[in-house]
Design a protein around this ligand. Structure first.
Ligand code: AMP
Length: 438
């Protein structure tokens, strides 16, 4: 996948080429199409993933669609908030670099330097303001900045801004922005506080993520139940009932399989909903909300559908079928047992999946405990059958469902080459040492 296939305008592609980048990073592949559509975005991405271009490129593209609205109005049209002045400087630099061939102006606003030049730049008119919250409010108080024309807002490294105690400043700034705007929230971690902020700010957001834990949490107990393919449904019902699982995320390989299984569970008296990309955004959201509120106890999802949504810290994950890609197993079970919480992952494995199981165990570098459920002993006379492959990805994924190819790249690719190290936190800020994966 190249940058030109993302639909960015030629002037921007020229700047990207000049940087020597030919392939978008995973976060760019996921975030840029969503942002170009004008959708709100919640992105889990750390420094070093190429996230800055992930929001800068679509902002430049969208603002340059109508430059008649630009500097003449003397109101910034895009606001990017960052926790530190170092980051503000870097992001401003990126905006200038990628926007070098566009008639847009950008200004960096941060503390620790005199207000004069910043005031001048603001008063001269600027399209894009990259700012730390405190100094921006100083300018607002001095009536140097009018935020009522902001069309696009970015909260960059939102977790760090909250760690640094900026929540009140951020809320104040949000209150000065128009209600109708596009908001993009980038954060390496998603605490309750971030979620609260996102909840009040983002409208029907698409979630994307690139950070991926490559080792499953020690806290996740993993068990494989060998079982015949035709008996999986009944074994699942039995396990759910015997263990009294009240909130289970079940993974199937196909959308059709997800629907069929959800129907079977419902018929067996277990409330279940299916979540996959064939459903409308509203239906997906409803299923998810019901699951979170325990109105349905089982959510049956495909990998792709589960990846774009915000659910984690579940007590129980079930692999109704093993994924074709072993890394997906790690990702699936990463939905449970986070942050020291106890979690359990159960996989129902039939003879067809022997190789997939070997691949998973190879990746984990250890075997997974096997447990045969009495009454569900596999029949040794059953021969393996080829596994149904998921359908080829659509040419253009719908919002919230990045293509299989994209996600595969997101999962396995490493951050872009030439990445810089994380900027040093200013103001004595502390940074999360361990990055949780979401
Ligand atoms: P960031 O995560 O935004 O701080 O970016 C990390 C580094 O990756 C920066 O040095 C960028 O210049 C670089 N970078 C961003 N996008 C790409 C890309 N598509 N290919 C190669 N390097 C990139």
């Amino acid at each position: 996948m190249s940058f030109s296939s993302l639909g960015l305008r030629a002037e921007i592609l020229k700047s990207i080429a000049r940087q020597g980048y030919d392939t978008p990073t995973p976060i760019q592949l996921q975030a840029i199409p969503v942002a170009l559509q004008g959708r709100d975005l919640m992105a889990a991405a750390q420094t070093g993933t190429g996230k800055t271009a992930g929001f800068t490129l679509p902002i430049l593209h969208r603002l340059s669609a109508d430059t008649s609205l630009s500097v003449k109005r003397f109101k910034p049209r895009a606001l990017i908030l960052t926790p530190t002045r170092e980051l503000a400087v870097q992001v401003h630099e990126s905006v200038r670099t990628y926007g070098a061939h566009l008639p847009l102006r950008a200004t960096a606003i941060y503390g620790g330097v005199s207000m004069g030049p910043q005031t001048k730049a603001l008063k001269a008119g600027t399209d894009i303001v990259v700012a730390t919250p405190g100094r921006l409010l100083d300018h607002v108080n001095e009536r140097n900045a009018d935020l009522s024309g902001v069309e696009i807002l970015v909260l960059d490294e939102a977790d760090r801004m909250l760690d640094m105690g900026f929540i009140r400043d951020i809320r104040r700034i949000l209150s000065l922005l128009p209600k109708k705007k596009q908001s993009l929230l980038f954060s390496a971690t998603f605490s309750e506080e971030i979620r609260g902020l996102a909840h009040g700010l983002l409208v029907d957001p698409i979630s994307v993520e690139v950070a991926r834990r490559n080792a499953p949490a020690e806290a996740v107990a993993q068990t494989v139940y060998p079982v015949d393919r035709v008996r999986k449904k009944d074994l699942l019902v039995k396990l759910i009932q015997d263990h009294g699982w009240h909130q289970v995320l079940v993974f199937t390989r196909t959308k059709h399989g997800a629907d069929a299984l959800a129907r079977h569970l419902d018929k067996s008296g277990i409330s279940a909903a299916a979540l996959h990309g064939n459903k409308t955004q509203n239906a997906r959201q409803r299923a998810l909300d019901d699951f979170k509120r325990l109105k349905v106890n089982v959510l049956v999802a495909t990998d792709i559908a589960a990846r774009g949504i915000d659910i984690d810290q579940l007590p129980q994950v079930v692999n109704y079928e093993l994924p074709n890609v072993p890394e997906d197993y790690v990702h699936r079970i990463g939905r449970t047992g986070r942050a020291g919480a106890e979690g359990a992952a159960v996989s129902l494995v039939c003879i067809d999946e022997a190789k997939l199981l070997r691949d998973v165990e190879k990746l984990l570098k250890r075997p997974i405990e096997k447990r045969v459920e009495p009454g569900f002993e596999p029949d040794p006379s059953i021969r393996p059958e080829p596994i149904q492959k998921p359908r080829a990805p659509r040419a253009s994924p719908r919002p919230g469902e990045p293509s299989r190819k994209t996600l595969g790249a997101a999962g396995r690719a490493h951050p872009a080459p030439g990445r810089r190290s994380a900027p040093k936190p200013g103001n004595g800020a502390t940074r999360h040492s361990g990055t949780r994966h979401h």
